[in-house]
Structures are given as structure tokens and as C-alpha cells.
Design a protein around this ligand. Structure first.
Ligand SMILES: Nc1ncnc2c1ncn2[C@@H]1O[C@H](COP(=O)(O)OP(=O)(O)OP(=O)(O)O)[C@@H](O)[C@H]1O
Length: 298
């Protein structure tokens, strides 16, 4: 059963039902007929199919417990499907050695663990897949670590122990570790956790930059719908272990699937309102649209 609904002209070829089963470099992650359960005899996902297109920013959204992190863990090889197949860059992720997978994708997982190490040491962990066994960081690795710390805004904390940082500072250190890995595909599970509103937008601007300037594919699980709608090219909407809609952001938004998933009414800011405030909307990036969300009356 193919649950994923994909539509629209901008739909990547990897996402078309006709392509299911074929290997496609245009598809960063593909879930094909995936079934999964946490408890024997209690299925959580059944025959789920979905695609994360390469070269785009995709947000996976849905209410608590709908399976977003499960989707990430299946791609990261941390969980194995009981049926079906999960591909990363055309490879069955379950058949990849962890080092091979680490060359293909960097994952920022949800974690409450705080390892006793400095920020710089944590970020340097992102370079491990690039080192020979037992090897030390070379000049290129050090440059990558430095650049990642700068981009994530944690260079000034380099010698701080992670346990001495605030939640937001620590989260940015984990983002830097992910960047240092320098993969074509970056998967971020709730990257804005602990970040203040300004830091959230800085992080989303960084995500955009990674995609637009460097061609990285970014898939993120994100709870803040305003950020997801503003900064994503594609949306995957989940409910109760199923993908209920997926496709270009505008089309998925127009379908009502996002609002239905959260019982919210979502209203985009209209352009005249920017003009009223004397702002040059045309000069602004398309992603700077805003949304107002209202809880539906129950
Ligand atoms: N290790 C586990 N053992 C048993 N059940 C689990 C386990 N991990 C997750 N679950 C259950 O699987 C379901 C999906 O969990 P998942 O973490 O994927 O949801 P999510 O959409 O990421 O949620 P949230 O938005 O709250 O982070 C939840 O009902 C959860 O309780």
C-alpha cells in the first residue's frame, strides 16, 4: 500500500509512484512499503512509502508521537523495518556499515545525553568518518571543525565543557558537529529545541544557505510550523504512523493536511500587509512569508 500522497509539477521524479522500486540519485531518502513495530504484534507503521527529495529542504511535521523520529531512526539505521526498504542515496540503509552511512548522511538526533567533553572535541567527532582508523585530525579536518563552529555560532565556547553550556548553546554545538561531518544529506531531528526565536531563524537561514549555496539536502523534523512553512521546499505530514500528505510546501498547505493534523487554521501573511508597513516585499526572499496559526474550536 502506498500511503504517501505526492502531487504537483515540482514533485521530484523520485517521489512518483511509478518510480517506487527503482534506484534514483534524485531521491535522498526513500521509504518503500515500510512496516515497523516497537512491540511485537502491535504494528506502528504499515506499508509506509515516502520520499525525501535530493537538493531541497524538507520538513517532516505532525503531532507528538506520530512517528517523525521513528522515520529518522529508520533512515539512520538505528531501527530496522520488519518489512519494506529504506534507502539513503539509493543504498539500502540497513546494509550499510555505519561508517559508510556516515559518509552519506549526518544526523542530529534528539538526545538528552550530555557527554563530558569540550565543544571542540564534540564537533571534531563529526570528522571521525573521514579519518583512518586511529587517525588524528589533519589540517582539512581542523579547518572543517573551525568552519562548523563558526557557522553554528559556538566558536567562542570551543574550550567549554558541554555540561557548562545552556541548552541552546549545547544544541548549537551538536549542530556544529553535524556540519563538520560534511555530508550531502543532513537530517535534523528537532534542531530548534532550546533555541530562542532569533537563534531559530539564524539556524533556518543556515539551513537555507547550506541548501542554496552548497546544494546540501536537508530533512528536518520540526514542531514550529511557522518555521517549517517559511523555510521548507517540501513537507511530509504524518499522523499516527502514516504519511497523510507530502509534496511542495504551498500545495500541501493548500490541501489542508497540515491544519488538519494539528487542528489549526493557518493563514499566510498577505503581501499588501508588508506594503502597508512600508516594506519592499518584492525585495524579500520568498521564504520570508509569515503565517498566523489559530487553534480550531473544538
Ligand atoms: N523505544 C520505544 N519503544 C516503544 N515505543 C516507542 C519507542 N520509541 C517511540 N515509541 C512510540 O512510537 C511512537 C512514535 O514515536 P516518535 O518518537 O517517532 O514520535 P514523534 O512524532 O517523533 O513524536 P514527538 O513529536 O513527540 O517527538 C510514539 O507513540 C512513541 O511512544
Amino acid at each position: 500500500m502506498t500511503e504517501c500522497v505526492i502531487r504537483g509539477e515540482r514533485t521530484p521524479s523520485c517521489a512518483r509512484p511509478a518510480d517506487v522500486g527503482a534506484r534514483s540519485p534524485e531521491c535522498a531518502i526513500r521509504y518503500e512499503g515500510v512496516s515497523f513495530s516497537y512491540k511485537p504484534g502491535v504494528p506502528f507503521m504499515e506499508g509506509l512509502s515516502a520520499a525525501i527529495p535530493a537538493g531541497a529542504v524538507t520538513s517532516i511535521v505532525g503531532p507528538n508521537g506520530c512517528g517523525k523520529s521513528t522515520l529518522v531512526k529508520l533512515a539512520a539505521g538505528l531501527l530496522r523495518p520488519v518489512a519494506g526498504r529504506v534507502e539513503v542515496a539509493g543504498h539500502d540503509t540497513g546494509e550499510l556499515a555505519s561508517r559508510e552511512r556516515a559518509h552519506l548522511m549526518a544526523v542530529l538526533a534528539q538526545s538528552s545525553r550530555v557527554p563530558p567533553m569540550t565543544v571542540e572535541a564534540l564537533v571534531a567527532c563529526g570528522r571521525h568518518p573521514h579519518l583512518a582508523w586511529g587517525g588524528r585530525l589533519g589540517p582539512d579536518d581542523r579547518a572543517a571543525v573551525e568552519a562548523a563552529m563558526e557557522r553554528a555560532g559556538v566558536a567562542r565556547f570551543r574550550s567549554h565543557d558541554l555540561r557548562q553550556l545552556s541548552g541552546g548553546e549545547r544544541q548549537r554545538a551538536h549542530v556544529a558537529r553535524t556540519l563538520a561531518q560534511d555530508t550531502d544529506l543532513i537530517v535534523l531531528d528537532e534542531p530548534t529545541t532550546y533555541l530562542d526565536i532569533s537563534a531559530c531563524h539564524d539556524l533556518m537561514a543556515l539551513v537555507r544557505d547550506l541548501n542554496r549555496r552548497e546544494g546540501k539536502t536537508v530533512a528536518m523534523v520540526i514542531h514550529d510550523l511557522d518555521l517549517a512553512l517559511r523555510y521548507s521546499d517540501y513537507l511530509v505530514v504524518m499522523q499516527k504512523g502514516r504519511v497523510v500528505d507530502a509534496g511542495p510546501t504551498d500545495e500541501v498547505l493548500a490541501s489542508g493536511a497540515v491544519g488538519d493534523a494539528f487542528s489549526m487554521d493557518i493563514c499566510p501573511h498577505d503581501r499588501p500587509r508588508f506594503a502597508e508597513r512600508g516594506e519592499d516585499f518584492e525585495g524579500r526572499a520568498e521564504t520570508e512569508r509569515g503565517y498566523v496559526l489559530y487553534p480550531r474550536r473544538r
